[in-house]
Design a protein. Structure first.
Length: 220
């Protein structure tokens, strides 16, 4: 049975959820310029976000792109801080319905998991097994198909305004990773498959969470 998201769009833009989302977005970043500027007029900024979300006039801002080498080269796209608050507000609402469907030993971007627990588990397995196979999915974030991702998410999300917000966030990242993706055709694809929007900006909370959804729920 597919677990449905039982939260409404009204709960998403409620003051309590937006304030909680701000606290999560600002954690460890309050001394940085964007977070500090938002906090300086915190009440006004949250009220403005609440009103824009409630009236569905909210529009994501542009990304700031930079490259890191940890250890391979990756293009990171940082959304404006107010958009990061919205990402947290959305994930607060929808994450629980998806979380219970992930396999136990998936550690990326999950509450109670993370790098340290993944390393602890690896050490336990190293004591039991002689071999390990390191793997990586080539061009994973640039290749994520928006149509497939929406189909996965909307099987559990029935709320219309929440769906429209998800489409806005997805659309805001179209083209960000185009240069990082080399088109690969699969059985059933036609020449128009290359025109389908793909890619999630590396740096968004929503991207990290939706990547988990795409990985573990694509076959269901």
């Amino acid at each position: 049975m597919i677990t449905q998201v039982d939260k409404s769009y009204a709960e998403l833009h409620a003051w309590s959820n937006l304030y909680w989302a701000y606290r999560k977005a600002a954690k460890g970043k309050r001394s940085r310029g964007p977070a500090a500027a938002f906090e300086f007029r915190l009440e006004d900024n949250l009220i403005a976000l609440r009103d824009e979300l409630a009236s569905e006039t909210y529009r994501p801002g542009g990304y700031v792109n930079f490259t890191i080498h940890e250890p391979k080269q990756r293009l990171i796209s940082a959304a404006p801080f107010r958009d990061r608050v919205v990402h947290h507000a959305l994930c607060n609402m929808i994450e629980p319905a998806f979380e219970r469907s992930f396999i136990y030993h998936s550690y990326a971007n999950r509450v109670g998991k993370g790098t340290h627990r993944a390393l602890d588990q690896c050490q336990q397995w190293m004591a039991r097994y002689r071999y390990v196979l390191p793997c990586d999915v080539k061009q994973f974030f640039p290749s994520i198909d928006h149509a497939i991702l929406q189909r996965i998410l909307f099987r559990r999300i029935q709320d219309g305004p929440m769906r429209r917000l998800i489409r806005q966030i997805l659309t805001s990242g179209v083209g960000v990773l185009d240069e990082a993706y080399e088109m690969v055709y699969f059985p059933g694809d036609n020449l128009l498959a290359a025109t389908r929007p793909r890619g999630l900006p590396i740096g968004n909370l929503t991207s990290q969470f939706w990547a988990n959804c795409y990985t573990w729920l694509c076959h269901r």
